[in-house]
Design a protein around this ligand. Structure first.
Ligand code: S3P
Length: 423
C-alpha cells in the first residue's frame, strides 16, 4: 500500500489511541499460564498481538476474541506440545517472551518469525535460558528459527548486556519454572510491565532500581486486565501537534508508566507543551490524558538512561528534531540497529530524501533542524514505526509525500491513517 500525505495547517481534536502493545502481549501470555480465566479489555487488535494469540492457541490455550475483549482460559504453568512450528511473525516480544515460557515446558518447541525477525539477535535470550538449563539449538548461529527443549530450570544471577525489557521478561518468565531464586540486573531500567503485571497475577517479583529478584511461585491466577492506550502510538500525535502551528489535541487514557514517558520529557525539554492530566492507576499501571499544544521546538542532546524510556519513539523524535531550531544529538541508541529495521539507517536515508539535514552515527544520529522539509517518495522498509514517523514528517513538508509499504502500520496501529484523517 502506498499512502500520499500533503502539508496540513494544524491538528485539532480528541484522540483515542489503541491499546498498549507491550501490555496486550503480556496479558495474553500471563493469562495462558495462569489458573482460571483472564479477560483482557481494550486489547490491541494488531498483527503483532495476533501472533502471540496464534502461538498460544497452538500450545493448547483456548482464546476467544469478542469485539475489543479477549477471553483466555488459562492452562496453568504447563502448556500442550505443538507439533506445528510457532510463528511469531514480525514480533520480537512474542518470540523472546514466549521463549522464556517454552524453556520451562516438558516438551520441545520450534519458534520462528518473518524475514525481519529472523535477522534479529536471539543470543541475548539463548544464553541466559541455556544457563538456566534449557536446551536450545538455532539453525543459523543464534538466529530464529530456534528449537527450545524445555527442562527443569535452575535460578541464575544474570547481568544483561543491553537494557531490554524483552530479555528481562524472557528470563523472568523462565524464572517462574526455576527451583530457586533468579536475579536480573540491566544497565538501565527498561519498561517494567512484566514486573507489575506478573505481581498482579500473583507472582513474586521484587524490583530495586535496575534489578529484579524473581521468586518462583506455584501458580499464577487469571484476572481482568484493562489495557490502557499505548504511549508509543500517542507519540506520533504528540510530535505532530507540537510541530504544526495552531494545534491542540487531547489524547485520552494513555499509559504513563515512568519507564515509557521519555518522549514527554524530551518534547518538554525541547520547549514543547505536553501536559499530563487526570492521572489514575489501573491494574498497577499509571494512566492519564495528555494535552499537547504547538510550540517552537529546539534541538537537545539525548542519551544515557533515557534511551530505554523512549527507544521506540526515536524515529518520531528524529522528525521533531528535523523541524526544530538547532542541533539534536541522539547517542547510546545502538539498539535501533536491531529493531524491525535498522532504524538509524532507515530514518536517516528517508528523512534525507525529504531534505532533512541528518547524519547517522555509530550509536544514533545528529540532526540539524530546518524550518521546512519537502515532499518526496519514501519507503517504510516494512517497519511500522518508520511508516508512521515519516507520515508525521509529511504533515509539515511542502508539497506531498508518498510513503511506500505503509501497510506495515497494521503491526501496531491498524487505524493510524483513519485517526490521523479525523484530526
Ligand atoms: C518491548 C520492548 C522493547 C521495545 C519493543 C517492545 C516489550 O524492545 O522496543 O517494541 O514489549 O518488552 P527491547 O526490549 O528489545 O528493547
Amino acid at each position: 500500500m502506498e499512502v500520499e500525505i500533503s502539508k496540513k495547517s494544524h491538528l485539532k481534536g480528541v484522540v483515542n489511541v489503541p491499546g498498549d502493545k507491550s501490555i496486550s502481549h503480556r496479558a495474553i501470555m500471563f493469562g495462558s499460564i495462569a489458573v482460571g480465566d483472564t479477560v483482557v479489555k481494550g486489547f490491541l487488535k494488531s498483527e503483532d498481538c495476533f501472533s502471540t494469540i496464534n502461538c498460544m492457541r497452538k500450545l493448547g490455550v483456548e482464546i476467544e476474541i469478542v469485539n475489543d475483549d479477549v477471553y483466555v482460559k488459562g492452562n496453568g504453568m504447563y502448556l500442550n506440545e505443538s507439533l506445528d512450528v510457532l510463528d511469531a511473525g514480525n514480533s520480537g516480544t512474542t518470540m523472546r517472551l514466549l521463549s522464556g515460557i517454552l524453556a520451562g515446558q516438558k516438551f520441545a518447541s520450534t519458534i520462528t518469525g518473518d524475514e525481519s525477525l529472523r535477522k534479529r539477535p536471539m543470543k541475548r535470550i539463548i544464553q541466559p535460558l541455556s544457563m538456566m538449563g534449557a536446551k536450545i539449538t538455532a539453525v543459523y548461529d543464534n538466529y530464529a528459527p530456534i528449537t527450545i527443549k524445555g527442562n527443569t530450570l535452575k535460578g541464575i544471577n544474570y547481568k544483561t548486556e543491553v537494557s531490554s525489557a524483552q530479555v528481562k521478561s524472557c528470563i523472568m518468565l523462565a524464572s517462574l519454572y526455576a527451583q530457586d531464586v533468579t536475579t536480573i540486573e540491566e544497565p538501565y531500567l527498561s519498561r517494567n510491565h512484566s514486573e507489575l503485571m506478573l505481581n498482579y497475577f500473583g507472582g513474586n517479583f521484587e524490583s530495586y532500581d535496575n534489578k529484579v529478584i524473581c521468586h518462583p511461585v506455584e501458580k499464577l491466577h487469571g484476572c481482568e486486565v484493562l489495557v490502557p492506550g499505548d504511549i508509543s502510538s500517542a507519540a506520533y500525535f504528540m510530535v505532530a501537534a507540537s510541530i504544526l502551528p495552531n494545534s491542540e489535541i487531547l489524547i485520552k487514557n494513555v499509559n504513563i508508566n515512568n519507564t515509557r514517558t521519555g518522549i514527554i520529557d524530551v518534547l518538554n525539554k525541547m520547549g514543547g507543551n505536553v501536559e499530563i492530566i487526570e492521572e489514575k492507576v489501573v491494574n498497577n499501571e499509571p494512566v492519564a490524558d495528555i494535552v499537547v499544544k504547538s510550540s517552537h521546538l529546539k534541538g537537545i542532546d539525548i542519551g544515557g538512561e533515557i534511551i530505554p524510556r523512549l527507544i521506540d519513539e526515536i524515529p518520531v523524535i528524529a522528525v521533531a528534531a528535523a523541524y526544530a531550531d538547532g542541533t539534536t544529538v541522539i547517542k547510546d541508541a545502538e539498539e535501533l540497529k536491531v529493531k524491525e529495521s535498522n532504524r538509524i539507517d532507515t530514518m536517516v536515508s528517508q528523512l534525507r530524501k525529504m531534505g532533512a539535514d541528518i547524519e547517522a552515527t555509530n550509536d544514533g544520529m545528529i540532526i540539524h533542524g530546518k524550518e521546512t522539509l519537502h515532499g518526496a517518495t519514501v519507503d517504510s522498509y516494512n517497519d511500522h514505526r518508520v511508516a508512521m514517523s515519516l507520515s508525521i514528517a509529511a504533515l509539515k513538508a511542502d508539497g506531498s509525500t508518498k510513503i511506500k509499504n505503509a501497510e506495515c502500520v497494521n503491526i501496531s496501529f491498524p487505524d493510524f491513517y483513519s485517526v490521523l484523517n479525523v484530526l
